[in-house]
Design a protein around this ligand. Structure first.
Ligand code: CA2
Length: 149
């Protein structure tokens, strides 16, 4: 396990953050979120990599890569795949580090189909409803759990 390495994964449509539906997902862009995470990581000597994809298979391959590089944790917002993807759950089950599931919105205040998450069956922690600051909350939790310089 590489205590220094954290992988952040963003699922489909999250490349539109800050561009569309700011009432639901806020005004911060994905680039802003990733830059803030890099800044926090730099302060504590963590090596963080952030990746967004609109394709399930690419997200699965990124989870495999995190397993192979010994990432201490994966912070993942699987977006709509949260509610549909047994394949992402299976990939996460093959990963040995911490898994933190992040949702920008409070999925439990929304439509019933968003109330079920396959990823939650594997997640060590779940953050939902805190807007884009949920990613920072997740990273702080990972740092407190032992990812360090
Ligand atoms: O609240 C979240 O973070 C979600 O994972 C976001 C997903 C949604 O399917 C989940 O139920 C909850 C949707 C991501 C779409 O992102 C957009 C961002 C800006 C504009 C349009 C879509």
């Amino acid at each position: 396990m590489n205590q220094h390495k954290v992988t952040v994964l963003h699922g489909p449509n999250l490349n539109l953050l800050g561009v569309r539906q700011p009432d639901v997902y806020g005004y911060e862009t994905l680039d802003n979120i990733n830059t803030s995470l890099h800044e926090t990581a730099l302060m504590v000597g963590l090596d963080i990599s952030c990746f967004q994809s609109n394709h399930e298979g690419e997200l699965i391959e990124a989870i495999h890569a995190a397993r192979l590089d010994g990432s201490f944790a994966i912070i993942i917002n699987p977006a709509a795949y949260t509610h549909t993807s047994v394949a992402i759950l299976d990939a996460l089950n093959a990963f040995e580090g911490k898994v933190i599931e992040v949702h920008i919105s409070n999925v439990y205040k929304r439509e019933g189909f968003r109330h079920h998450s396959y990823v939650s069956l594997r997640a060590d922690g779940i953050i939902a409803g805190f807007g884009t600051q949920g990613y920072q909350i997740a990273l702080n939790a990972v740092i407190n759990a032992g990812a360090y310089e």
